[in-house]
Design a protein around this ligand. Structure first.
Ligand code: G1P
Length: 270
């Protein structure tokens, strides 16, 4: 079944970017002239998505204003067809709760979830590669992380592994380095069965006292399975200052009109 709906959970507090996130949503932080959420939309469009669902909240209206503008300015935003809609997450209760807020807009079909702060540069589309490999099990993008980083991520316990896929027998949200079963970490790209809503609705809060999407994926492994997809391309953790800065430098270095600025900067420093 073709996947055409994508959920962007944009209701997070952005505490790692305070104080700017008191006034600007973290998804609106810029990589030069486009905000993170714009790049995520482009990746979703390249994957064939045409229904964009933003799970938003108080203080995030600039995202709505931004897409009002984009949908009428095709020179910036080449969307051929599609619609965007917004649903509110009244309190920040975690990623699983954010996804649950989109339940009535998804219905009974598989759908995608994307975190805009996982910025992935790829000649194609990471999400597009995932949809091309989707087999009906829940699917997450995975990347290898350093052992000291595992406690920031959902970590797969590996049943079997091939060149591009990791079949999980279990998954653990933000384990300690000592408890982690592997270094295959989930990044913010998911293809999910709509059955996830039946699980999320009954889920107790987990790590951080939040409703964790990872806990729902774990419960669904016996019935649906969980596959990690090893994507190509370069991923930047733009939920951190280091990752955002690296992404900005990387994008600038690929831009003929900006590369000299970086080169000159380092020459002057030397
Ligand atoms: C969320 C998920 C986690 C995943 C991460 C990827 O955590 O809960 O499993 O590895 O996104 O970015 P967060 O970064 O929102 O704390």
């Amino acid at each position: 079944m073709k996947i055409r709906k994508v959920v962007f959970p944009v209701g997070g507090l952005g505490t790692r970017f305070l104080p700017i996130t008191r006034a600007i949503p973290k998804e609106m932080l810029g990589i030069i002239d486009k905000p993170l959420i714009h790049y995520a939309f482009e990746e979703a469009m390249a994957a064939g998505m045409d229904q964009f669902i933003l799970v938003t909240r108080h203080g995030k209206n600039s995202i709505e204003d931004y897409f009002d503008y984009m949908f009428t300015h095709s020179q910036h935003f080449n969307i051929k067809n599609g619609s965007v809609c917004y649903v509110r997450q009244n309190e920040p209760r975690g990623l699983g709760h954010a996804v649950l807020c989109a339940k009535n807009l998804i219905g009974d079909e598989p759908f995608a979830v994307m975190s805009a702060d996982d910025f992935i540069l790829h000649s194609k589309s990471c999400l597009g590669e995932m949809t091309a490999n989707y087999d009906g099990s829940n699917m997450v993008a995975v990347v290898r992380v350093a052992p000291e980083e595992v406690s920031k991520y959902g970590i797969l316990d590996v049943e079997s592994e091939s060149e591009r896929l990791v079949i999980a027998k279990s998954v653990d949200e933000k384990p300690s380095a000592a408890m982690a079963k592997s270094t295959h970490a989930i990044v913010g790209r998911y293809l999910l069965s709509s059955k996830v809503f039946d699980v999320l609705v009954n889920l107790k809060p987990g790590v951080g006292n939040e409703i964790q999407l990872t806990d729902a994926l774990l419960k669904m492994i016996p019935s649906i399975g969980l596959t990690g997809f090893k994507f190509e391309g370069q991923r930047f953790d733009c939920g951190s200052k280091e990752g955002l800065l690296e992404a900005i430098l990387h994008v600038a270095s690929l831009d003929k009109s900006l590369k000299h600025v970086i080169d000159n900067f380092w020459e002057k420093k030397a």
